[in-house]
Design a protein around this ligand. Sequence first.
Ligand code: CA
Length: 390
Amino acid sequence: MEDAPINNNTGAEKRPFSEGMPVGTIIKSVEAFQVKWEPNEPPGRRTAFVRVTTEDGIVGHGEASPMMGGEHSLGVIRDFADSLVGADALDQAMIYDRLLHKYVKLGPEGAVTGALAALDIALWDIKGKHFNLPVYKLLGGAWRTEMPFYASVGNNAGRTVDETVRVVEQRWRTEKPAAIKIRWDGDRTRQDYDIPGDIAKAKAVRKLVGDDFPLAFDANNQYSVGGAIRVGRALEELGYIWFEEPVQHYNVRAMGEVAQRLDITVSAAEQSYTTQAVVDMINAGVRMVQPDIVKMGGITGLMQCAAICFAHGVELVPHQTQPMIAHVANLHVLATLMHNTKPAEFSDPSTRMHVGFANPPIPEDGKFKVPSGPGLGLIVNDAELDKRRS
Ligand code: CA
């Protein structure tokens, strides 16, 4: 990979991005690091952060997808970090597209877009701090500054029916979510291996919360088309409101077939890393898409998805599992969506990361407040993050 600085425009005009722009937003440094919150924390529970500092000392924070601890995305950020020195942070969309096309041969569906998403979130944080406005104002304004959330309860493939009910009950009673999603997180090399058991868990959870409470079922890609239809029909009977990723995400036509044949809303696209991949899922027949801000273009990419979904009449319900930086970035985007049909995802209620932030997002009465401070509105304790770098 060549090391040409990103501010050296290689197009026809040969001028730096930063010409004529305020000096306060010129990038001085880009750091990418993993944070380990607890001793012996497995890589999948660590977080992957990026910190961008401008010449005037504005600091922006971003977060990459935590898949495999985010190490692969962090590697890409470290590769391009030096080339960003001297670029203008306000040019976040140009920087994104330039780097995406520089690294596209590594494959745009994965670590590269995770890296770019982290950078994009940090640059929006800087933009907000520079203009002294919350990100949602820069995006066009907030329809709401409080977001109801749903509790996303994972790892149920390995639990009995009773264990599943107990875990769901604990979160239902303590967090007071607007809805609950039960996730399977099963063995991805097997299909359809316990459909009666899966349906039994869905039934038991319905019995726990009563007929009217909104429930969703996330298969985590574990069914064949036939298996998915069978489970989907049971979920329709049980009044579940959506059926997430019933089949492998890479079988786009199969996902579309399941979506078209069932009455229950089928959702997908949390594993889509480009706008083109989201459009493929919509064209296949999926009518609720779930791109994730740390995989699909950051704030810029999610706003592009919002326009695509609005134009197609498709529900946008972003996937989002990280509790701090990515969570808040996601809330800023959700605040700006006119049609917001489902609550925000809340997957990890642990408070282990609170130590890194003066104002960590904390749910109250089933809702999160969208921070109104400049940028993302998160006050980050950088010294604490530096202590926990791994
Ligand atoms: Ca999911």
